[in-house]
Design a protein around this ligand. Structure first.
Ligand SMILES: [Zn+2]
Length: 442
């Protein structure tokens, strides 16, 4: 069949359908291997790319855990490639908590509802729609683009981006920068629209605390009780008031918010910092966790009988450290737990921070402002992580840029992994226009 350009939908026309199709394919990732996997969604993506003549590669890291990568030749093939990546998995949804079936992708009140509408089948759909449009129209991106749709991001990417970086690094040859999720959405600051471009990610340190002591009868005097040692260490860690430490990203964000609101900003004064964070509305939950290191005790285990003092006790701590400050974080944790408790890494992943400048940042800002004149773009740090951590192992600098122009009263930040995830149709269409501009100009 010959394609008739006039009957082929544009990226803006098809982005909503692509997003809904992806949401209807259940790719729940509980993190223990019991989910359906990403294979069906990956095959759907392969079909969309083959449909316009591309030759994507689908590869599995484990049965059903599928990733898709395709490279688009740029207008200037001598320039470093840009990785544009998304993940196909979603976190579990407990249907009883939702107002809609989380996998029905209902269209209601001008929004697409369902698990993944925010994280991140919205961006997946925008990227796929834009790439399909560019290929159909015979347009090339400004430079080579490596389009990647990964499995397993919601469990840390071990079977997705991390696996691909480790086993298939050649797919990313020549790439220096990447864009993906958890940034680029708008928030309202003092009545002005501000797009938060993610240029940094906190590091992650899931720690096991191991206390050892002298086992014995519960009736006897014991000054070397592992449970007492552990409890004291957990309390010190949990109650520790980590000091304010503003990285360049957070400083730039708060400086921008101060300019927009007229509020004072003194980096040494927590009260002015907190007031500026509050001015970000619902996004303050994201930003408030990026002002300092954090350590939250999450698990405890010890003992097997009331009158037996165990020889050991363990706890888990979810630690999040600021990029570039992991050594200082570790030293403080070691001091807080004290001499009777050993600290082991359960999971550790790097922090990231890129400057809010350079040609790609300029192109992202320009693409947003071209579609939303008068809007502001500010950098921010994500307190969690994305697949950009894995790509950083190849020296690739990643940004969070899934552009969405959102209504001021929509709590977008609160919908990541939340109930009633939903994204406005208008925002999806806006995002395709911005991403098309970006890929054409960056
Ligand atoms: Zn995500």
């Amino acid at each position: 069949m010959t394609a008739d350009v006039r009957t082929v939908p544009s990226a803006e026309d098809e982005v909503v359908d692509l997003c809904r199709d992806l949401i209807r394919i259940d790719t729940t990732n509980p993190g223990d291997g019991s989910g359906p996997g990403e294979r069906e969604a990956a095959e759907y993506v392969v079909g969309l790319l083959q449909d316009v003549g591309l030759e994507p590669e689908l590869f599995e890291s484990a049965p059903g855990r599928a990733n898709v990568v395709v490279r688009l030749e740029g207008a200037d093939a001598s320039r470093p490639a840009l990785v544009v990546h998304g993940h196909l998995d979603v976190v579990p949804a407990h249907a009883a908590d939702w107002s809609v079936d989380p996998f029905a992708a209902e269209l209601r009140d001008g929004l697409v509802w369902g698990r993944g509408a925010v994280d991140m089948k919205d961006m997946d759909a925008m990227v796929l729609a834009v790439v399909r449009q560019m290929v159909r129209e015979g347009r090339r991106p400004a430079r080579d683009v490596v389009l990647a749709m990964f499995a397993d991001e919601e469990a840390g990417g071990r079977l997705g981006a991390h696996w691909a970086v480790e086993h298939r690094p050649e797919l990313f040859a020549g790439a220096t920068e990447a864009i993906s999720e958890v940034g680029g959405f708008s928030v309202d600051v003092a009545g002005q629209r501000v797009y938060l471009l993610q240029t940094a990610e906190k590091g992650l340190a899931w720690l096991r605390l191991v206390a050892q002591g002298r086992a014995g009868h519960g009736s006897q005097v014991n000054t070397d009780n592992a449970v007492t040692h552990l409890a004291a260490a957990v309390a010190r860690i949990g109650e520790h008031a980590w000091p304010l430490q503003l990285t360049p990203t957070v400083r730039a964000l708060l400086t921008g918010v101060a300019d927009l609101t007229g509020l004072p900003f003194d980096p040494e004064d927590p009260a002015t910092v907190d007031a500026l964070v509050d001015a970000l509305g619902p996004a303050s939950t994201f930003v408030g966790a990026t002002l300092r290191h954090s350590t939250n005790p999450t698990r405890l285990a010890a003992g097997y009988k009331e009158n037996v003092i165990p020889g050991g006790a363990t706890a888990a701590v979810d630690g999040r450290f600021l990029p570039g400050l992991s050594e200082e974080f570790d030293a403080t944790v070691a001091r807080l737990v004290g001499p009777h408790v050993r600290v082991e890494d359960l999971v550790r992943d790097t922090g990231l921070e890129a400057p809010f400048e350079g040609a790609l940042v300029d192109a992202m800002v320009a693409a947003v402002v071209a579609e939303d004149p008068g809007a502001h773009v500010l950098p921010y740090m994500l307190s969690g992580g994305t697949d950009n951590k894995s790509l950083s192992l190849l020296g690739i600098t990643g940004y969070g840029f899934a552009p969405l122009r959102l209504p001021a009263d929509l709590d977008f930040a609160g919908m990541f992994h939340g109930v009633d995830e939903r994204v406005p149709v208008d925002a999806l269409r806006f995002g395709t226009r911005v991403l098309d501009r970006l890929l054409t100009t960056c």
